[in-house]
Design a protein around this ligand. Structure first.
Ligand code: MF3
Ligand code: CO
Ligand code: CO
Length: 265
């Protein structure tokens, strides 16, 4: 069944999404201790690729539109779709690690911020505001609300903190497929957009910049960076709409929201 072109899943489908989401989140929990100055993002990606396989899942990103890695790792002013590589992380780097797995045909897509060593105060605040914005967006999820309500909640919090919401990338429906309608915008006006209905599955994944919202994609055709080179942060959860609200499929089994080498918070 669909509504406004958005697939409506059955009650029984929530279990599959929970299992897939939990697998992706568990891998991010495990990655935390690897994120230290002197590590390469390629080494982190190798670890993720092995863990996806060991947990009986399949990477959704390897082979996706020619992408060749098990994660996207977006460091500092990289907004999203950073390609893991040989560059060494250095003290104070902030990075988003985005993992999507397929488990029994269900997609689990989640990303979090990590810090190598100690972040600047501004960077730490950017990470905090971005996570708060995601959770405020999720709090707006309930049947009868609209996708515009989600975007408006995110945008209001980000802009109240004098940061900006990236417009060039959005969340997406998912479930048995990686990217499906609707586009989930992280800005907008309350009461606009499609109406949320029980059984819709989608991601919310706001990207927030310390400077201006504009981005550009580098010559590798993947890496998106802030045009003004300001720092960018992102968190992503996969969500299902229940009768009363939004259920998060990708909560950290270890209870973390982001992790640094020195521990979690
Ligand atoms: N996981 C990303 C998302 O949130 C998509 C990555 S596609 C890739 O939608 F090919 F770059 F890995
Ligand atoms: Co996504
Ligand atoms: Co993702």
């Amino acid at each position: 069944m669909t509504k406004d072109g958005i697939r409506i899943y059955e009650d029984a489908d929530f279990a599959g999404m929970h299992a897939a989401g939990r697998t992706a989140a568990e891998i991010l929990d495990e990655v935390g201790p690897l994120v230290t100055p002197g590590t390469t993002t390629a080494a982190i990606d190798d670890f993720i690729r092995n863990r996806v396989e060991a947990l009986g899942a399949v990477s959704a990103t390897i082979g996706y539109r020619g992408y060749r890695h098990a994660s996207c790792i977006s460091v500092n002013h990289v907004v999203c779709h950073g390609i893991p590589g040989a560059k060494l992380l250095k003290d104070g780097d902030i990075l988003n690690i985005d993992v999507t797995v397929i488990l029994d045909g269900w997609f689990g897509d989640t990303s979090r911020m990590f810090v190598a060593g100690t972040p600047s105060r501004k960077a730490a605040r950017l990470i905090e505001v971005t996570h708060e914005a995601l959770m405020l967006g999720i709090a707006a999820v309930r049947p009868g609300n609209t996708f515009g309500d989600i975007g408006a909640a995110i945008q209001a919090h980000v802009e109240a903190n004098r940061m900006s919401v990236v417009r060039d990338f959005c969340g997406h429906g998912l479930g048995r497929v990686f990217h499906a309608p609707p586009n989930v915008l992280h800005y907008g006006r309350p009461g606009t957009g499609p109406v949320l209905e029980e059984g819709m599955f989608f991601t919310i994944e706001p990207m927030v910049n310390l400077g201006r919202p504009e981005t550009k994609v580098l010559a590798d055709d993947w890496t998106a960076v802030t045009r003004d080179k300001s720092l960018s942060a992102q968190f992503e959860h996969s969500i299902g709409v229940t009768a009363t609200g939004g259920e998060i499929f990708t909560l950290s089994p270890a209870g973390r929201f982001y992790t640094s080498a020195s521990g979690s918070s």
